[in-house]
Structures are given as structure tokens and as C-alpha cells.
Design a protein around this ligand. Structure first.
Ligand SMILES: N[C@@H](CCC(=O)N[C@@H](CS)C(=O)NCC(=O)O)C(=O)O
Length: 203
């Protein structure tokens, strides 16, 4: 198994997830800044031209971070970070989907079309005029999400999961690139800080 890695929150999510499970990833670095990810060799691993990608022992390539995490969980069920039962898995996936659709996709697209405009122009369609609206959507949904985790240690109560890692990695990244996590979102801020304190976070 080989992990095609780079800077950025998407590969980080998988690295943290794997570290939490004690899985050692055999890393191959792809230079995002130089656009190596958009060249033929990497396009053959992931036609979207993005990182990360996971090469399996049978030679197949898997991309899309939540799918890679699902694969790693199936191969290494313990500790369960998605869930040990259908009910636990459904709960984790519900939070993951809510975050992905409502916050991570608009927030990161807003970044790519604004602060990241120079890097992403020529790689993907870029619509700078839409960036503020996408960022507003992410901001609005962060406040919505915050209320739902009031009084909880983790998204799934006492159970640490992929949902928490997603929040720590992606909301942490957005916070660094111009979409500050409003301290009024005190429940989310607490979860993000707890994730950042875990030894896995620097993986
Ligand atoms: N939907 C993809 C998103 C992957 C992604 O956006 N990766 C970023 C790195 S964090 C990337 O490759 N950016 C460089 C580019 O798009 O050229 C996933 O789930 O893996």
C-alpha cells in the first residue's frame, strides 16, 4: 500500500486517521505547489488531479478522503473510528456528510476562489465573485453545527470518531487561511482544540 501525500488538509485527514489506528503509511510526496498533482503520472492515480491517493496492494488506486478512511477502517477495524456497529457507523457518517456538504466544500472552494486564486487559476474553474457567498454559507453552517454539539465531548458523544478528525483538520485549516472560527462557536472550538492536542494531529 502506498499513500500519495502532499501539503493540505485532505492528506492530513487520512494521516491523522491512520495514526489514530496505528497504521504506518508508506508515503510518496507529490509537489502540489509545482502542480505535480495535475501531471500525467498523478492523473493516472487520481483523474481528479488531487491528493491524496492510496495505491492498494492489488495495484488499484483509491481517492476521496472519506472513502480512503472507510477502506482503512474495514481493513483495520480497531480502534473503530467510524463505528463498531451499524448504528455507530450511521451516526459518524451523518456528521461527516453534514460537515462535508455544508461547510468543508463551500469553505475550501471559497478559499480556492479567493486567497488561493493565484494557485488554482488554470487548474480548476475559478469564480472569485462567488467566493464571499461560499464563505458566508460555511460560516452560517458552522454556527448551526455548533448548537448541535452543545454539551458534547465529541460529535458522537463520548466516542471519538472520523467526524472529530474532520472538524479538527478542516476547520483548523479554514481558520488559518482567512475563515477564522468564530469564538462564539465555543462547542466547535473546544472539539477542534481537543483534536489538535492529540499526538496524531502532527502526523
Ligand atoms: N474530494 C477530494 C479533495 C482532495 C483535494 O482537494 N486535495 C487538495 C489537497 S488538500 C489538492 O489536491 N489540491 C491541489 C489541486 O487541486 O490542484 C478528496 O476527498 O480527496
Amino acid at each position: 500500500m502506498k499513500f500519495y501525500n502532499s501539503i493540505g488538509p485532505n492528506p492530513q485527514l487520512v494521516r491523522v486517521f491512520a495514526a489514530e489506528k496505528g497504521i504506518k503509511l508508506d508515503m510518496v510526496d507529490v509537489d502540489l505547489m509545482k502542480g505535480e498533482n495535475r501531471q500525467a503520472a498523478h492523473l493516472s492515480r487520481n483523474p481528479a488531479g488531487q491528493t491524496p491517493a492510496l495505491e492498494l496492494d492489488n495495484g488499484a488506486f483509491i481517492s476521496e478522503v472519506t472513502v480512503i478512511c472507510e477502506y482503512l477502517e474495514e481493513k483495520n477495524p480497531k480502534p473503530a473510528l467510524i463505528g463498531a456497529t451499524p448504528e455507530e457507523r450511521a451516526e459518524t457518517r451523518m456528521w461527516v456528510r453534514r460537515m462535508d456538504e455544508n461547510i468543508i466544500v463551500p469553505g475550501l472552494t471559497g478559499f480556492r476562489w479567493a486567497e488561493g486564486q493565484q494557485l488554482f487559476t488554470g487548474r480548476i474553474p475559478v469564480y472569485p465573485e462567488a467566493a464571499p457567498h461560499l464563505k458566508n454559507q460555511a460560516k452560517d453552517r458552522l454556527a448551526w453545527l455548533d448548537k448541535m454539539v452543545e454539551g458534547k465531548t465529541w460529535f458522537c458523544g463520548d466516542r471519538f470518531s472520523l467526524a472529530d478528525i474532520m472538524a479538527g483538520v478542516f476547520f483548523g485549516f479554514m481558520d488559518m487561511v482567512g475563515q477564522k472560527l468564530d469564538p462564539a462557536n465555543k462547542n466547535l472550538t473546544a472539539i477542534v482544540n481537543r483534536v489538535k492536542e492529540r499526538p496524531s494531529f502532527t502526523a
